[in-house]
Design a protein around this ligand. Structure first.
Ligand code: 4AD
Ligand code: MG
Length: 479
């Protein structure tokens, strides 16, 4: 029975009339005991269902409430109402699931806040905003696969449980089956991980890059797209403890090739969403405009959401070195007026306020920064000729800050070991990685795109928690 239904998106786009259709969905509104706005999540628009007077008894009419689920059979007719070309003149309406209007939290009159909706995650998918966000998220994910597939990249599934700290930053969630209260210990009092499930200390992955490099050293071009876990205690609108990352890794690539690919990739997936999610983007653009009305003029975005995306796909990203970035910051009015919270001098890790100054105030477009000080970047990045900076590249986006982190990798075994020792990365445990540099090492490069930050950029959602179905952040793991 169910597979005969037609999705509302299909009905509205085909504009066919004079035909019978079966639709199923949830009631958004019910007016004048006659007009039902039905939504099935296939698109932002509702289908107007008309229940002619006399079709339903009073008992059934009472049960058609916001949130109730219906099966409707009817005839598609040209619509007289504005905003839609066809409507469904019902011949039968069956209530599949009742929804108590007294208790249902999503009522039009008290528009729920984004924060409140996070607490009722099973219902937030029913709102226009989250319907649009998650349809766009889907499209972007599809575009990621399409982009790399069309270029001949191999989609590589890297492990979720690992024994290495790819970023060397120590922000890992431990994976163990050892008992808390009575963990086996060595003579020196330390926990004996030989007794643990894997016979060693293990954690959730912070990045699939190192495993990705192994595959790229044979398959040439690979990419990963999977969940990534970071136990950093950052309660911000840009950080999740569980997020999705796309990590391409390419043999025979230098930093320049890497930047070109990253820029092409970002533009491609944005363009894909613009071509395939127009209605949803228009809805979110309006939402953002309404939201920003409450802000003072100077805090509002200069461009609307869609103009911003169009601008990004049609203009080259700015490319500067870290040293140039520091000089721009030192010469900025913000610095001179002592308005930066964090210090600015060569050697600092750029803070979000610095990144945002560069992209939002100075260049007003995405910026690729290269040549960071070696001391603040991961061990695997290639040392530049100056012996002081590495071939790193971060892409900074307006409103987001860092959206991509990448580098050309250190392919010279001696230089890599030197760096690992300096940064206290356990060389003994990383022989499997170092082997890539022993047997046919090649120049190679790659980057990581934070998927949720990308979804934020495209949807204009301010908080990263609002672009992932079930957010995991410090002190929060509901559902
Ligand atoms: O800069 P990161 O740490 O780089 C890596 O993990 C490299 N292994 C990537 C590579 O070269 N293959 O992280 C990459 C991106 C960041 O630019 C950011 O967009 C995102 O991942 N990211 C986060 N997104 C959400 N929540 C967090 N806690 C994130 N940490 C990083
Ligand atoms: Mg980074």
């Amino acid at each position: 029975m169910f597979n005969k239904r037609t999705k509302i998106k299909e009905l509205l786009s085909a504009e066919i009339t004079g035909q019978e259709a079966i639709v199923m969905g949830w009631v958004r509104t019910f007016r004048n005991n006659q007009f039902i706005a039905l939504n099935d999540g296939s698109c932002n628009q509702n289908l107007q269902v008309v229940a002619s007077l006399g079709l339903l008894d009073d008992e059934t009419l009472k049960r058609i409430t916001t949130g109730a689920s219906l099966k409707v059979i009817g005839e598609l007719v040209p619509s007289l109402g504005k905003g839609q070309s066809v409507e469904l003149k019902a011949t039968s309406i069956e209530i599949l699931g009742d929804c108590d209007p007294e208790k249902y939290p999503l009522q039009l009159k008290n528009r729920p806040s984004l924060e409140y909706l996070r607490e009722i995650a099973h219902l937030r998918f029913r709102t226009n905003t989250f319907g649009a966000v998650f349809r766009i998220r889907h499209s972007l994910a599809y575009a990621v696969h399409k982009f790399f597939n069309d270029k001949g990249f191999v989609y590589l599934h890297t492990p979720i449980i690992t024994s290495s700290d790819a970023e060397g930053a120590g922000e890992m969630f431990r994976v163990t089956t050892l008992p808390f209260d009575n963990a086996p210990r060595n003579e020196d009092g330390n926990i004996n991980f030989k007794e643990d499930f894997f016979g060693k200390s293990t954690n959730l992955t912070v990045s699939g890059q190192l495993e990705g490099e192994l595959a790229a050293m044979a398959l040439s071009d690979i990419y990963t797209f999977g969940p990534t876990f970071r136990a950093e205690n950052s309660n911000t609108t840009r950080h999740l403890a569980e997020f999705w990352m796309i990590e391409p890794e390419m043999a025979f690539y230098d930093i320049e090739d890497n930047m070109n690919l990253a820029e092409e990739f970002i533009k491609y997936i944005i363009q894909y969403a613009m071509d395939n999610n127009r209605d949803d983007l228009e809805f979110l653009a309006q939402r953002l405009l309404d939201e920003e009305k409450q802000l003072p003029q100077d805090k509002r975005s200069e461009l609307g959401l869609i103009e911003k995306l169009e601008f990004v796909v049609s203009n080259a990203f700015e490319r500067i070195t870290y040293t140039e970035a520091i000089n721009i910051l030192l010469e900025s009015p913000t610095y001179k007026k002592k308005k930066f919270k964090y210090e600015v001098q060569w050697g600092i890790d750029l803070q979000s306020e610095h990144e945002r100054y560069l992209v939002e105030k100075h260049f007003k477009k995405p910026v690729i920064v290269t040549g960071y000080p070696a001391a603040i970047k991961a061990f695997y990045m290639r040392m530049n000729e100056d012996g002081n900076t590495v071939a790193a590249m971060d892409i900074l986006a307006p409103g987001i800050g860092e959206i991509v982190g990448g580098s050309q990798r250190e392919e010279r075994l001696d230089k890599l070991i030197e760096r690992m020792n300096k940064m206290h990365v356990p060389v003994d445990e990383m022989q499997w990685y170092l082997d890539t540099r022993r047997f046919g090492s090649v120049p190679h490069a790659g980057f990581g795109l934070g998927f949720e930050r990308m979804v934020q950029f495209v949807t204009g959602m301010t908080n990263i928690r609002d672009v992932i179905p079930f957010a995991r952040t410090p002190k929060n793991c509901e559902f």
